[in-house]
Design a binder for this molecule. Structure first.
Ligand code: ARG
Ligand code: ZN
Length: 843
């Protein structure tokens, strides 16, 4: 059943208060609810329907009188009085057998919840929709030492705890946690003097892995005060780490729940990338307190209202904490790898979709990452001050409400006097705009002519011109910047911009800081790219030019069988040895485009991608780089050694450069350097980095065994062990490696992290996944069919591995189609997976 944005109607009732009692039991938890409803004067539809799934109704009363509600598809209906009334019900649920990890479930003996988007209906009968906001009081009864819920603690006693959340919230922000947990405590005093108790709750044994997360939380709280004027609003803020969790983390009011992989850290077990990501996720969930919780979404079509904005906020936070240049490059890599990929295939959808079957399938790169890009464009167009003014107005106007994208944009229209009607198309039009640029030069005047067009996407053929902010700078032939960054505002299908009074013809640096999520098409030769790589003042464009050189080199190697030019190799070398540049930036410049990215570019150029050929070309280039750079690698390796491990921008930058160098070095020294580092490493960044360098040189068998022996007791580190093997497997063995690992005693498909560690890695191993035997397609389909009965959300998400199938040759397409049809034919296949696989097949 498809749900449409245009069909929105408000619920017929308001909720004045919610009282819940939980009597916890692994297989027979009782949930007793008392809800005071009153008619909603703004609603015309007075049907009293409460969502409910997988609930056993024990009893129900209205104003104390027992009633027999009509059980209907997805919930119940009842006849209720015209005025305010009290609804009471008791239901029974079974957390222990809840392997979908949605609603109330058990993970390693502890109780936990995940209610976004529609999990609360698996806890009790309720209007489980974000526009119904209510004040909750929750009593948790259970024979466990720690009993948590949202809001402030009211009462604690033997075997129970009562929590009250004074802030009205939708049911998706409800949370409950119970178990044997230990806290890492701290405090934070808000700008206006509120003392807040902070805790990170973990299972015994993990209490020494909370310090970094706690610092990240305090920095986030401070940053939101300083940057957005937003303070925390309860006496307590709890974070809990849970091992079995579908996503990264969840912003439940006052009780954030995290996948343990997204909060626990130690230098021995976490890499620099883990530290950086965790800092960002803690910030993200905390920032939701205002962008998501205090102001929430009217309906799930507005998901980007909270997610795009909150991603944008966490990106800016990370930039402030670390390096904006490095962060921006990383963001663009992710955007291109996930969102552009999505936009180019059968799953393309607008940032604000117009319909869905299962909302969990729309927690996508488009909603999150492109949603964040839209906020960035808005800010670039109106300026920092107006952006802050608009945000302030939005917070003032809508605090306590469930609102829409229209409300968000209206705040900016009112704050700036600007018409955002055309800009709004970014929310409704799917697909990545292609931005073509032509240049002409005439006697001191440079004219840049841009033409925009967006290819059709499923259900959307005719695309309209969008508002595109194009950040441009000009560099003179001697390398000086003659025109600093200027934002051109493109609104037409074709538009020209001129720069007058120039001396010599400058080189244009276009789409600086990646000012819009578009694909820039521009006639540019490799000499010009090398020139910009050397002279551009914009770090993103500087990196982009190196990346374009590498891509062009690889594309010609693949298509024409040419050898890389010395110009390219030398350009990369000069960046690498330029110690005026940030080591993190140099490491990023040494990276090659991903195989999946090359496959898409080949397809766009009209060439059917051959995954094996792409893999070989990339390997060949790694070897050539390693040879060309042989004289500088050892010195770089030495120079970038860090002292005591500190997971900050500086230390991690040096380590990333050093490990990128090590990976090339290992192709030449039979792994001597990497093996030495592996033995000596006192931190996971270097230990895993050394092991990866060995594996990508076809070495490391012994170290792999040693790694397992050392870390078999640590789930999160073992996930890395699983992933590394699948990721580094050569194309012809990748499926076999994954299959063997799926029979390892430590493998389980009940833990999403572990499943992803193996099968997420398999689908990310481009040449392995697309090996001509079709073995990986079959294996993944087998696994997804089994997993669907256990965890539909993860199954549906992982089926996205097939979304690019139309790029490939007829044999591969036939094999993939057969697997997709086989999945779809599975009796009882979930709604989640059915929707995803059908959309992919419809391509
Ligand atoms: N709101 C969470 C976050 O981005 C994500 C929760 C998604 N959950 C889901 N079942 N789709 O921070
Ligand atoms: Zn979020």
């Amino acid at each position: 059943q498809t749900i449409y944005l245009k069909d929105y109607t408000p619920f017929g009732y308001r909720i004045e208060s919610v009282d819940l009692t939980f009597r916890l039991h692994p297989t027979a938890t009782r949930v007793i609810s008392k809800i005071v409803f009153a008619p909603n004067p703004e609603a015309t539809d007075k049907r009293f329907f409460l969502h409910g799934e997988e609930l056993e109704l024990i009893s129900a009363t209205v104003n104390g009188d027992p009633i027999t509600p009509r059980l209907v598809e997805g919930g119940l209906e009842a006849d209720v009085p015209e005025g305010p009334f009290i609804w009471e019900a008791e239901v029974e649920i079974s957390p222990q057998t809840n392997t979908a990890l949605e609603g109330l479930y058990m993970s390693n003996g502890m109780y936990s919840t995940q209610c976004e988007a529609e999990g609360f209906r698996k806890i009790t009968y309720y209007p489980d929709r974000p526009d119904v906001m209510a004040v909750f009081t929750v009593r948790v009864e259970g024979d466990l030492p720690v009993l948590l819920s949202n809001g402030n603690p009211v009462e604690r006693g033997a075997g129970f705890a009562v929590w009250h959340d004074p802030w009205p919230k939708p049911s998706y922000l409800f949370a409950l946690v119970a178990g044997e947990l230990i806290n890492h405590p701290d405090t934070f005093t808000t700008k206006s003097g509120r003392e807040v108790e902070l805790n990170i709750w973990v299972r015994p044994g993990d209490e020494d892995k909370c310090a970094f997360g706690m610092e990240a939380l305090k920095k986030s709280m401070k940053w939101d005060e300083d940057t957005y004027g937003r303070e925390y609003d309860l006496d307590i803020f709890n974070i809990v780490a849970v091992d079995d969790f579908n996503m990264g983390a969840m912003e439940n009011k006052g009780l954030n729940i995290f996948n343990s992989s997204c909060v626990l850290t130690s230098k021995e077990t976490s890499t620099d990338a883990n530290f950086e990501r965790i800092e960002g996720i803690i910030a993200h969930e905390y920032f939701h307190n205002w962008t998501g919780n205090r102001i929430t979404c009217r309906d799930w079509f507005q998901l980007c209202l909270k997610e795009g904005l909150t991603v944008y906020r966490d990106q800016m936070f990370s930039g402030d904490m670390r390096s904006h240049a490095v962060k921006r490059i990383e963001e663009v890599m992710i955007l291109r790898a996930r969102q552009f990929r999505e936009d180019n295939g059968p799953l393309a959808h607008p940032v604000r979709p117009e319909s869905f079957v299962e909302i969990n399938n729309f927690y996508t790169a488009t909603v999150y990452e492109k949603g964040a890009e839209i906020i960035g464009m808005l800010r670039r167009l109106i300026g920092d001050e107006a952006y802050r003014k608009g945000c302030d107005l939005y917070f003032d106007r809508h605090d306590g409400q469930a609102v829409t994208i229209e409300d968000w944009l209206k705040a900016f229209e009112d704050a700036t006097g600007r018409d955002l009607a055309q800009f709004k198309q970014w929310y409704s039009q799917a697909g990545t705009p292609r931005l073509k640029m032509e240049e002409s030069w005439d006697d001191g005047t440079l004219t840049l002519t841009f033409t925009q067009s967006t290819p059709p996407t499923p259900g959307q053929s005719g695309k309209k011109p969008q508002v595109i902010p194009i950040a441009v700078g000009l560099i003179s032939p001697n390398g000086d910047e003659v025109v600093p960054t200027t934002v051109l505002e493109m609104t037409e299908a074709q538009q020209s911009f001129t720069f007058e009074g120039l001396g010599a013809r400058p080189v244009a640096s276009v789409l600086r800081d990646f000012s819009a999520p578009v694909i820039l098409e521009r006639e540019i030769d490799n000499d010009t790219r090398a020139f910009l790589l050397a002279h551009d003042t914009d770090p993103f464009q500087k990196w982009e030019m190196g990346r374009a050189l590498a891509k062009d080199t690889l594309m010609s190697m693949i298509v024409k069988g040419t050898k890389p030019s010395f110009a390219y190799l030398d350009a990369i070398k000069s960046v690498l040895v330029d110690d005026g540049l940030d080591p993190a930036f140099r490491a990023l410049s040494l990276g090659l485009p991903a195989q999946d990215d090359l496959a898409q570019s080949l397809f766009d150029a009209g060439v059917t991608p051959d995954p094996q050929r792409i893999f070989e070309a990339r390997e060949e280039l790694r070897h050539l780089l390693s040879a060309h750079l042989r004289e500088v690698l050892p010195a770089l390796y030495k120079e970038n050694e860090t002292g005591a491990f500190v997971p900050d921008a500086e230390g991690s930058g040096k380590r990333s450069l050093r490990l990128a160098v090590l990976s090339l070095l290992s192709l030449r020294d039979e792994g001597v350097t990497a093996r030495a580092l592996y033995k000596r490493a006192d931190n996971m960044t270097e230990q895993a980095g050394a092991l990866q360098a060995l594996l990508s040189a076809g070495l490391g068998t012994e170290e792999l065994q040693a790694f397992e022996a050392q870390w078999k007791g640590d789930r999160l580190v073992m996930d890395k062990w699983f992933t590394m093997q699948v990721a580094s497997a050569v194309p012809e063995t990748a499926a076999q490696v994954a299959e063997t690992l799926s029979r390892h005693p430590a493998f389980t498909n009940k833990n999403p992290n572990r499943f992803r560690a193996v099968f997420g890695a398999l689908s990310a191993n481009h040449a392995g996944f697309h090996h001509e035997s079709g073995a990986a397609y079959r294996l993944l389909a087998d696994q997804l069919i089994t997993l669907d009965a256990i965890n539909p959300q993860i199954t549906a998400r992982m089926s996205g591995a097939f979304e690019t199938w139309k790029r490939y040759d007829a044999d591969r397409q036939d094999m993939i189609r057969a697997e997709l049809e086989r999945i779809l034919a599975t009796p009882g296949l979930s709604r989640d997976t059915t929707e995803m696989v059908s959309r992919i097949l419809a391509a």
